[in-house]
Design a protein around this ligand. Sequence first.
Ligand code: PHE
Length: 341
Amino acid sequence: MNLAEYLNKLLAIEQECTNFLTAANEKTEVSDIKNKFLGRKSELTALLRSIVELRPEERGEAGKAANETRTKIESLVNQKLNATPENAEVLDVSLPGDKFSEGHLHLTTQAIKEITKIFEKIGFYKVRYPEVDWDWYAFTSLNFPLNHPARDDWETFFIDKTEQDPKLGKRVLTPHTSSGQVREMQTGRMPIRMINISKTYRRQIDISHTPMFHQFEGLLIDKGITIAHLKGVLDYFVKEFFGPDRKVRIRPYNFRFTEPSFEVDVSLPDGSKIGKNGWLEIGGAGMVHPKVLEAGGIDPKVYSGFAFGWGVERNKIVQKGIQIDDIRILYQNDIRFLKQF
Ligand code: PHE
């Protein structure tokens, strides 16, 4: 071997190393390359040892060049190491598994499922009707005269500025699930035993109101339905949902779409801090007004029925006996609050 050949070999080693480094993309690969080109068994080490094969006057330059190549390779390898991301995770099947923290259903969803089940057990079926519906379904068909101030009581979000249809009027975000009553009657099903659970919207927001909340609406229509049937269903629900010791009572009230109308109270456990004299109002109910039956195409001389509409969140909170200072927290997605239920 002469000096020229020696220098060519050094160049070739450096070139080969550069090629390897360019192709590498994991840290372990770079370490292997370092070993291959700088380790004790590397070609470069062997070349350094073989310097004695050169003529004595060539050895100085060869040695210098070999050391420079070594320094160059070292710096290329280190640069590459710094620029290469950590290795992809190695799969060790013997390691214990990672536990995912498990979430659960939102309080409101839990309540909806629970309420649905309770009513399904006595033959009610669940329906869903539009959350954006016509004024006619939300009010007119429910015996609210046009321009009746009661439309303001519900503090409705109107979608349209002007009437879109001479009969149906404007579109609204449904302010109560009662908007499903006439829709259900129009399906032609008989007897009707619907439970309609849905989002409802009213223009209200403060510590005890959210602009969106949920209601569940029961509607039962058949021949010969009386207040006694209503009372029986309310009694059954209250015992299932609040507990076997709880009682229900109805007080006269006024809704446009039921006659007679009632407010429904549930008895409270001894020592309860909420309610009045051991009772708490939890929703409205009544016998379906003949005009509403007519709006739904049902003959009030043949059929009668009852309806009730209660707030999902309110009932769940009362059931749990929890005190929530600001009800808006239900929908703020604060995990610290939600995970308690
Ligand atoms: N829709 C009434 C409300 O939102 C509740 C209700 C439903 C009353 C059905 C009577 C019958 O307050």
